[in-house]
Design a binder for this molecule. Sequence first.
Ligand code: ATP
Ligand code: HSE
Length: 328
Amino acid sequence: MAVYTRLGAEDMAAILAHFDVGTLTLAKGIAEGVSNSNWLIETTQDGAARRFILTIYESRTHIGDLPFFLDLLDWLATHDCPVPRTIHDRDGASFRYHDGADGRKALALIEFLPGISVSEPTEGQARSVGAALARVHLAGAGFPTERANGMGMATWKQLLGDCGAEGLARIHPELPRIVERELALLGAQWPAGLPRGTIHADLFPDNVLMLGETVTGLIDFYFACTDLYAYDVAVTHAAWSFSNDGRRFLPEISAALLAGYESLRPLSAPERAAMPLLARGAAMRFLSTRAYDWMNTPADALVTPKDPLAFARRLEFYAASENAGVFG
Ligand SMILES: Nc1ncnc2c1ncn2[C@@H]1O[C@H](COP(=O)(O)OP(=O)(O)OP(=O)(O)O)[C@@H](O)[C@H]1O
Ligand SMILES: N[C@@H](CCO)C(=O)O
């Protein structure tokens, strides 16, 4: 369960007293998510029930990045994107600190949005997700702050280097060869000069809330950064267009996702030409973090590491020349 920080009822009430949100009526730990601790919070204010998400940031989130992530949510919400606003405290700050039994941690209170994460999207849902991603790209273009992508190629190399060829071979005997081949190719051919701006960089199904075919919430912007728009399309494509284990490509979902995106932001010819390579990079990004976590998560950890081979299979799909037509 992803609630790493213990908070008693008094702690919770004391935290909420810093926000103008009424009286606490319920605080329930949320099992989903692996990086931070999250609670569903309910309050009552002027006779009305209100709901929020309280997030306590654990060690994986760099506090210096919080203004970027939280200001971005407010910016996108103001520009008609389905993302939660941050609730600022009585001093006007988007995050604050809590001194608890296990030290000082940053926290934020975020608007609760309705909806559920789908595990087997329909074409209509994939289309909506593609369009929502395009809306973020268009709206985020005016966002004034930049953040380098901390999960770019240099990080893939570092994480996979830390795993080592022997470690990778323990995950699958073919993995060292695949990784060496792909890193060389991606390093030599990664495109320069494509349109760039603010991207989500992790738009997996568990980071999208939906009601029917409507996207009600895009959440978890904690990898958001300034990078190629088309790379974000590739990440989202890799996340949505395959069965979870990566064994089965879902052509209708792929087509619907891309059509939804292009209904608002058509890819330029150079972006389209780069998509197969960017998709290999996207697969490599998640292969590298998953392989690292696979090897470095203690057996008694609270969370189960995700399968790196699910993204090695996607990588092999994108690398196969017969699949070059997927992006049109
Ligand atoms: N604004 C919101 N409205 C409704 N539910 C939310 C909201 N934000 C988060 N949640 C719920 O909390 C869960 C965990 O949130 P989130 O994915 O941000 O956690 P995390 O640990 O930071 O993520 P990750 O494991 O992807 O790194 C989500 O799966 C969702 O169920
Ligand atoms: N979405 C990622 C985890 C967070 O980066 C994955 O599925 O590997």
